[in-house]
Design a protein around this ligand. Structure first.
Ligand SMILES: *Cc1c(COP(=O)(O)O)cnc(C)c1O
Length: 485
């Protein structure tokens, strides 16, 4: 701490005579870097970030001040701004946030939150060598999918299973392995776009398949499929509409009939489920979704995501008939799309939770959050209301309201889950002439700038914080505390 200088230094700086060349406006010349480095508040930043880094940050702030027309702040303020720059630069880019958007599986916010069991398993896999592709019984080379294949088969009734980077990769692999340079038959009502970057027709083209659309947007009949199947057909594919629903005069042939047709014509039938639940969500009071086991009853291969309703890590699963899965595994793309040991570690831990269905709701965060009763969320909102109001005093009016959470990630877009939120509104006393929109934008930005950013949702001229997904109340309030600073 030899670099600590007397606090008097900074004070002296404040007393520097202003530059006064007689003409307005009087603007103090920015102080020298050396003097700022000697400021009383600088020493602890030197210890934390190093003298070179602090010097660079001070120079950057001084440049900023020279470039802008702003009055030159005092030395303490300049040092504080430099320190804030260093702090910001030292913060990891990928960070935890509070997802209070009301969308439980929010793709932009990382989808499923993993259970503790997965965290432990990943840490173990990362910090030592593993038997990733090594068969401990024989001492010979092993197969990485072996760590989860039997588990997946038990949970879904599949004959075989493999894992790739995500569900888009699973679809790509299935198309390439089973229908390269051949036709893939898809109903016009199922040509889905998911999140802009995954469009069924585009994936087909990249996989080197020819898309053969059948039926119309609202109705596709068994005869449409029957007419289209021919010598060039590689695959018939069903795609879960995920983020939309066609209602009214709409129909698709019963899956069992379509499967019978495919068997009779010797063409495999694949189903891209998207979310693909392993359990009957209706049993938990949630809107029903076809389970992977149900889908396998009427098709040969199913593809689904590991981090949507399954509640695990980002990956894509291909499950179904052993000969078809084997074909996909032999495809060179499998090597390019394969996943890391961390993914297997996390996925295995999550799948094992499914072997204890009676504890699943408690132990699997996705299911726990999706099934939180509205009463419980409202009680939490009541409890937090005064705490949040106190921290936002003078900045926002806080109230409790009802809202609707979404499952997210394309699962069940129509059905919502009743929830409760804290609603932040511009206070009547807000004297600024800022419009409500600008006020909301500013508040949203301030909440995103917190130590653990808080992400809400703008609705009805207010910023809503849906509490369905808030488990760490203490951390949430601690982060809000920083608003006062
Ligand atoms: C979400 C989804 C995908 C893409 O899955 P990722 O895991 O995001 O790659 C593909 N198909 C359907 C039907 C989906 O819902």
């Amino acid at each position: 701490m030899s670099e600590v200088v007397s606090p008097g230094e900074g004070e002296r700086a404040l007393q520097d005579p202003p530059d006064d060349d007689g003409g307005p406006p009087a603007r103090r010349r920015p102080p020298a870097v050396e003097r700022l480095l000697g400021h009383g508040t600088a020493s602890s930043w030197v210890v934390q970030h190093g003298r070179i880094a602090l010097t660079g940050a001070i120079r950057a702030v001084l440049d900023e001040i020279r470039a802008g027309a702003e009055p030159v702040p005092d030395d303490a303020e300049i040092v504080a701004r430099a320190a804030a720059r260093l702090d910001a630069a030292a913060r990891p880019s990928l960070r935890q946030v509070f997802n209070l958007t009301g969308t439980v599986l929010h793709t932009n916010l990382g989808r499923a939150i993993l259970p503790e069991e997965a965290v432990v398993a990943v840490a173990a896999a990362m910090t030592g060598a593993t038997n990733l592709e090594f068969d401990l019984a024989s001492g010979e080379r092993g197969e990485r999918d072996s760590h989860v294949e039997a588990l997946i088969c038990r949970l879904t009734g599949a004959e075989a299973a493999l894992v790739v980077n995500n569900n888009a990769a699973a679809v790509l692999l299935v198309l390439d392995a089973l229908a390269l340079r051949r036709e893939v038959i898809v109903s016009r009502g199922e040509l889905v776009e998911i999140g802009g970057s995954f469009r069924v027709p585009d994936v087909m083209a990249r996989a080197g398949c020819r898309l053969r659309e059948v039926g119309t947007t609202n109705r596709t009949h068994l005869a449409d499929y029957a007419d289209a199947i021919g010598p060039r057909t590689g695959l018939v594919m069903k795609v879960h509409p995920s983020n939309y629903e066609i209602r009214g005069f709409a129909s698709q042939p019963p899956e069992a009939e379509l499967h019978r047709l495919c068997i009779a014509r010797g063409v495999p039938l694949a189903s891209d489920l998207g979310s693909g639940s392993l359990i009957d969500l209706a049993a938990y009071g949630l809107p029903p979704e076809p389970t992977v086991r149900q889908a396998l009853a009427y098709c040969d291969l199913v593809t689904f995501s590991g981090d949507k309703l399954l509640g695990g890590v980002q990956c894509g699963l291909v499950v179904g008939r052993a000969d078809l899965v084997a074909k996909a595994r032999r495809n060179p793309l499998k090597r390019a799309l394969r996943v890391d040991k961390m993914t297997y570690a996390a996925l295995e831990a999550v799948l094992r939770l499914y072997e204890h269905p009676e504890q699943l709701r408690r132990r699997l965060p996705t299911l726990r959050l999706l099934t939180r009763p509205r009463d419980e969320i409202e009680a939490q909102a009541r409890r937090l209301l005064p705490e949040v109001a106190r921290r936002l005093q003078g900045r926002a009016e806080v109230a409790l309201s009802s809202c609707a959470s979404q499952i997210g990630s394309g699962a069940l877009p129509i059905d919502t889950l009743p929830s409760a939120c804290l609603t932040l509104r511009r206070p009547a006393s807000d004297g600024t002439r800022r419009g409500g929109g600008a006020w909301l934008k500013r508040l949203g930005a301030d909440l995103r700038a917190l130590p653990v950013p808080i992400i809400g949702r703008v609705a009805h001229d207010a910023l809503q914080l849906d509490l369905r997904t808030l488990e760490d109340e203490a951390g949430f309030l601690a982060s809000l505390d920083a608003l006062a600073c």
